[in-house]
Ligand binder design. Structure first.
Ligand SMILES: NC(=O)c1ccc[n+]([C@@H]2O[C@H](COP(=O)([O-])OP(=O)(O)OC[C@H]3O[C@@H](n4cnc5c(N)ncnc54)[C@H](O)[C@@H]3O)[C@@H](O)[C@H]2O)c1
Length: 249
């Protein structure tokens, strides 16, 4: 039987690139997103993919949708918790609703989808890949909610790995550096883009495809002894400390 992956936030960006790569590698993909219109357009013509409209931050919707996915495919071998939202602002201007909006999707959504899919993953000895961010590894200005939500996802991944290992279920986390998606472009000005290029050892943004490759590897049999790992796909940004431009060659 063909393996099935659930990808959340699959209507565009990193989630859509991951969907296409997994399909190319012979997986079935349940594409989940709350943007039904974009999801319909994105999934049209993708053989082996089925769209599921669902908001991962709403417990009742998640609890209805996961059984529908299992009805359709009969199994679940990988869950990619990719749906995310970004909010950039100083601490004093981040009102509680903005904080909650970020936490609801970025953290609660990962918890809810993982919890609802664990029984199916135990049956296949499958795996979870959570998408955090470089912002969860390196603190920065303007990311009090976003960075904290992603740091929490990193620890949640370790909790999942610790608890699910004895059932043969792996859990890993990918931390992308900047990628030119709708999410990033909504909060990255030209100034921010230039500063990133300057601070990242590879001197550029990553592509959706480059992030998808790491996700697909972690879902695959090739990663069968890898669990509890936090892998930055970030052009070297996380590894740098004193990266002053004036200290370069
Ligand atoms: N693009 C970057 O620079 C970057 C960097 C680091 C981490 N990330 C992370 O990568 C992931 C994907 O981001 P992207 O850049 O592809 O963003 P994107 O905005 O292009 O795509 C995100 C998708 O998630 C969906 N989504 C958002 N909230 C949802 C919810 N509650 N329920 C269901 N679907 C929901 C959106 O509708 C959208 O289709 C996010 O978790 C993001 O935080 C992105």
């Amino acid at each position: 039987m063909q393996k099935t992956a659930l990808v959340t936030g699959a209507a565009r960006g990193i989630g859509l690139a991951t969907t296409k790569l997994m399909l190319d590698r012979g997986w079935h993909v349940a594409m989940l997103d709350r943007d039904s219109d974009e999801l319909e357009i994105a999934s049209a013509g993708l053989h082996g993919a089925t769209p599921f409209s669902c908001d991962v931050s709403i417990q009742s919707r998640v609890e209805e949708t996961i059984p529908a996915i299992l009805d359709k495919f009969g199994r679940l071998d990988a869950v990619v918790n990719n749906a995310g939202v970004a909010h950039f602002g100083p601490m004093e201007n981040t009102d509680f609703q903005a904080w909650r909006t970020v936490m609801e999707t970025n953290l609660d959504g990962v918890f809810l989808v993982s919890q609802a899919t664990v029984p199916a993953l135990k049956q296949t000895r499958g795996s979870i890949v959570n998408i955090a961010s470089i912002s969860g590894l390196r603190a920065s200005t303007l990311r009090v909610a976003y960075g904290t939500s992603k740091a929490a996802v990193i620890h949640l991944t370790k909790q999942q790995a610790a608890e699910l290992g004895e059932f043969g279920v792996r859990a890993n986390c990918v931390c992308p550096g900047p990628v030119r998606t709708k999410l990033a472009m909504a909060v990255h000005s030209q100034d921010i883009i230039d500063a990133y290029h300057d601070a990242i050892p590879l001197n550029r943004y990553g592509s959706e495809q480059e992030i998808a490759e790491v996700i697909a590897f972690l879902c695959s049999e090739q990663a069968s002894y890898v669990t509890g790992q936090i892998i930055a796909s970030d052009g070297g940004f996380e590894s740098t400390g004193i990266g002053l431009p004036s200290l370069r060659n």
